[in-house]
Design a protein around this ligand. Structure first.
Ligand code: SF4
Length: 355
């Protein structure tokens, strides 16, 4: 009986795969080290680090017993030191247990090992029929199956497809999951690239549903528009002093500002324009109003509630314009004061606030 021919993807991978030190002498330990080093770092950068690291710590026991300072020294330059610490903690857990876990679930319990790394160790080093998805695999599968989804829905579908593809590969050739996974990653890295994929040289082009317009996939997740909130700011200057209030705990908590509120203000003054300020989840549009007088104006009582926070302002002060810069003001407050100043507003008795 002859073996079934390898899939076009596997044949292609075995013919063209790039030489990498962790592909030469495969073990769970070397796969773990290489995969953690490769997170957010290019292959060419990782190679010398991997060689130095595994020369000094050739086994999981050697790494487990090493002083952390030495591990970090050998990692220096790769950045994201939490990966190095997790790697050593994982090595210590493996050394303590007397060997690597033999299941994907067991691998996932190791520090720093997520679904991708667990799938890589299981399939590449342990020969298990486990799937993995990284950015390259996601792009290739999204294009191969012309997936219209984005975000979490896309990730779910890609994982399902990756698992189905691993089972199909195993059906053709038992023990080929590791090569199959690496073939998908290699295809994404060298042929099915984010921009200008080389469909004419692709081993799976015949069955690719996204080939006509590959860069359409994977679909980008639509950015949620930030909700817009409107508010009114009142810049009130009397006899060279500006009325400032201090925000309660919460957004911009403890900072001073001219009152900026979504509440109705009695006698709101004259509008001099609007300023926009974008917080992480909100866009704020503030109608800046000014009011002045020869005598101290009667401020609203009680103090109003600042926009985007619950609870009233906690303190108020009439601050000489020349001393405003010594108070802790938010960028939003300065934008409001700048808008008032640009409109030529002042009490006419002292200098404008300086920054
Ligand atoms: S045919 Fe093109 S889009 Fe499809 S997998 Fe190959 S390179 Fe990617």
């Amino acid at each position: 009986m002859t073996a079934a021919p390898a899939s076009p993807l596997l044949s292609w991978y075995r013919a063209v795969k790039r030489d990498m030190p962790w592909r030469r002498d495969v073990s769970a330990y070397r796969t773990l080290v290489s995969e953690l080093m490769l997170q957010q770092t290019r292959v060419e950068t990782v190679i010398p680090y991997f060689e130095r690291f595994t020369a000094e710590f050739p086994t999981v026991q050697a790494l487990a017993a090493a002083p952390e300072s030495r591990v970090l020294e050998l990692w220096a330059g790769l950045g994201y030191y939490s990966r190095a610490r997790n790697l050593q903690r994982a090595a210590q857990a493996v050394a303590l247990a007397g060997g690597f876990p033999s299941t994907v679930e067991g691998l996932r319990a190791l520090p720093g090992v997520g679904p991708y790394t667990a799938g890589a160790i299981a399939s590449i080093a342990l020969g298990l029929p486990a799937a993995l998805v990284d950015g390259n695999v996601e792009r290739v599968l999204a294009r191969l199956h012309a997936m219209p989804d984005a975000g979490a829905a896309l990730r779910r579908r890609v994982w399902e497809q990756a698992e189905a593809a691993v089972l199909a590969a195993e059906h053709l050739e038992v023990g080929s999951a590791g090569d199959h996974n690496q073939a998908l990653m290699e295809l994404g890295a060298t042929v099915c690239t984010p921009r200008s994929p080389r469909c004419g040289s692709c081993p799976v082009a015949t069955g690719c549903e996204g080939r006509g317009d590959p860069e359409r996939y994977p679909a980008k997740e639509a950015k949620k528009a930030s909700p817009t909130v409107s508010a009114t700011a009142l810049v009130q200057v009397v006899e060279g002093r500006v009325w400032l209030v201090r925000r309660p705990p919460g957004l911009l908590g403890g900072l001073w500002e001219p009152p900026i509120t979504a509440q109705w203000l009695a006698d709101p003054g004259e509008s001099v324009g609007a300023v926009t300020h974008v917080f992480s989840h909100r866009k704020l549009i503030v109608d800046v109003r000014v009011r002045s007088g020869a005598a101290r104006a009667r401020e609203p009582q009680p103090l109003p509630e600042p926009v985007l926070t619950t609870g009233a302002y906690v303190e108020e002060a009439w601050v000489p314009l020349g001393e405003v810069e010594f108070r802790a003001l938010s960028r939003l407050a300065w934008k409001v004061l700048d808008a008032a100043r640009a409109a030529g507003f002042s009490s006419g008795t002292t200098a404008e606030p300086e920054r």
